[in-house]
Design a protein around this ligand. Structure first.
Ligand code: RTP
Length: 133
């Protein structure tokens, strides 16, 4: 079934000029870009987005990092978009991500892991609302 996924290239991915390559991977997989914006996100939005990690010792650093430069936020649409996007992206820690996945090819550390993708259709709707109002 066709669905929407929220995907966000983090500041390290934008800074390193990886937007074109990453977008192309989604397009080749049949996930169509239906909305995109290059923007800086507010501290409030970042704290809400990472709310499930509030108790973690790295929370402050994570929020500082994600707000440190522009992100490339996008909505992609296609068959099982959330699961397909997650498999293109690979696991959270780039050291455990296989070559061929975005994090496996480009991630340099668990925080600098290049990209975020929503983990369920419900969260995708919430994140689309949060990042695109
Ligand atoms: P994301 O939301 O960015 O797609 O990441 P995820 O679901 O794969 O992982 P999650 O547990 O929700 O973590 C969100 C982001 O927090 C950073 N992180 N840092 N320093 C650490 O040990 C640590 N653990 C997680 C990562 O940037 C991760 O993407």
């Amino acid at each position: 079934m066709s669905e929407k996924a929220f995907v966000m290239i983090k500041p390290d991915g934008v800074e390193r000029g990886l937007v074109g390559d990453i977008l192309s991977r989604f397009e080749k997989k049949g996930l169509r870009l239906i909305k995109a914006e290059l923007k800086r996100i507010s501290k409030e939005t970042a704290e809400e987005h990472y709310g499930h990690l509030k108790a973690k010792p790295f929370f402050g650093e994570l929020v500082d990092y994600i707000t440190s430069g522009p992100v490339f936020a996008m909505i992609v649409e296609g068959e099982a978009a959330v699961r397909n996007a997650r498999s293109l992206i690979g696991p959270t820690n780039p050291a455990e991500a296989a070559p061929g996945t975005i994090r496996g090819d480009y991630g340099t550390g668990v925080e600098r892991n290049v990209i975020h993708g929503s983990d369920s259709p419900e969260n995708a709707s919430q994140e689309i609302e949060r990042f695109f109002n």
